[in-house]
Design a protein around this ligand. Structure first.
Ligand code: ATP
Ligand code: SF4
Ligand code: MG
Length: 359
């Protein structure tokens, strides 16, 4: 019998998303923003994949493609083994699938209709998608509100009457109301007070465990992403530069960009603060005209001549210098190969690594 846990719920193959840039007097396409430029990864059922990287590297764009809000320019997305592009052809089937794929936004206010009170916001989609009956919808809503830590009294209130943290709980309740299997959490705590951030992160972790949800957790910083994720994908300018088990990435980062992101994680120990951190210099660069070769080379302290020419692919960091075949990379990204999974797109640093660097 097939072990469901070993089958990725979401599988992405060579996804690209290019947005046309218009210009001129007679509006015509003058170029493309290559927001996502060939990424492959999987999210295992019941797990959280963290997606981390600086502003503009393409995280939200990936999220929108995964929940079917946009279609990729190239590549395939499989949900439960079914090609989303094929499913789109059947409107009714796609409508059903869309309820299974939900999104929680950084600013929940933008996804909550300010003219409707919370009961209406939650009840209408539940009734429309036949998740609930008229006679049971209020009971079902109260159950969801209880799960996200909100009292019954919120039902008659409007979105503007809540604090940021409470509004995010409503955003999570809205996503949960459609009985999803997969939720993209797009920087759900970035706009919140530090004291509230931990509460929302813990809530997401609890809900995932309780409901067996599969999550893509998008964040800027490795600290929060590491806290909630089983695996982490590090993105730089439309590409994944490092991928693997969260504890591997956090404790043994390989790619110079991941190392720089880790340097930016706040540390409570004042002695550590004095260590003289090397924070990332310069700007992320343009997705319209990305740097040649390794896109990180203009900011990389280890850059060599070949970095300007050769586009690095993912290497297995456990087996020094060995480049993965496409099939191996896919199997490893899906967690179906080897005990541990860790890949990085930097041949220079990997080939400098000694065996005892690891572990
Ligand atoms: N609809 C669109 N049309 C044109 N360009 C877009 C569109 N959506 C995103 N982009 C561009 O694609 C790139 C990636 O954007 P995206 O929002 O995915 O980044 P992000 O990693 O989520 O950033 P942030 O952390 O700031 O949310 C950016 O250069 C952005 O300007
Ligand atoms: S390939 Fe070269 S430029 Fe890119 S991260 Fe590695 S050392 Fe730096
Ligand atoms: Mg974003």
């Amino acid at each position: 019998m097939l072990d469901e846990k070993k089958i990725p719920l979401i599988q992405v193959e060579n996804m690209k998303k290019y947005y046309p840039v218009k210009g001129g007097i007679i509006t015509h396409t003058t170029g493309y923003v290559k927001a996502v430029d060939g990424v492959s990864f999987s999210v295992m059922r019941g797990q959280t994949l963290g997606l981390v990287g600086e502003s503009g590297c393409g995280k939200s764009t990936i999220g929108r493609q995964l929940v079917g809000l946009e279609m990729p320019t190239e590549g395939r997305i499989y949900y439960n083994g079914c090609d989303l592009a094929e499913l789109q052809k059947n409107k009714k089937e796609m409508q059903r699938i869309r309820t299974k794929l939900q999104m929680v936004f950084q600013d929940p206010y933008s996804s909550l209709n300010p003219r409707k009170h919370i009961y209406e916001i939650l009840a209408q989609p539940m009734l429309y998608h036949h998740i609930s009956e008229k006679s049971t919808v209020e009971k079902d809503i109260l159950k969801i509100l209880d799960m996200v830590g909100l009292p019954k009294t919120v039902l008659g209130r409007y979105p503007h009457e809540f604090s940021g943290g409470q509004r995010q709980r409503i955003g999570i309740a809205k996503a949960l109301s459609l009985n999803p299997e997969f939720i993209v959490c797009d920087e759900p705590v970035s706009a919140l007070d530090v004291s509230i951030q931990a509460q929302i992160l813990n809530l997401l972790k609890e809900l995932q465990k309780e409901l067996g949800l599969t999550l893509l957790f998008v964040g800027h910083g490795l600290g929060a992403v590491n806290y909630v994720s089983d695996r982490i994908a590090v993105m730089y300018l439309g590409k994944i530069v490092e991928f693997g088990e969260a504890k591997e990435i956090f404790n043994h980062p390989v790619h110079p960009y991941t190392k720089a992101l880790l340097e930016a994680v706040p540390v409570p120990d004042p002695k550590e603060k004095e260590r003289g951190r090397r924070l990332l210099q310069g700007e992320i660069g343009s997705s319209m005209n990305p740097p040649s070769g390794c896109r990180f080379h203009p900011r990389c302290p280890y850059a060599e001549e070949k970095c300007r020419k050769e586009i690095p692919t993912l290497y297995d960091t456990m087996q020094t210098k060995r480049k993965l075949t496409q099939t191996e990379a896919k199997l490893q990204a899906a967690g179906l190969k080897g005990d541990s999974c860790h890949m990085a797109a930097c041949p220079v640093v990997i080939s400098d690594r000694k065996e005892d660097d690891h572990g």
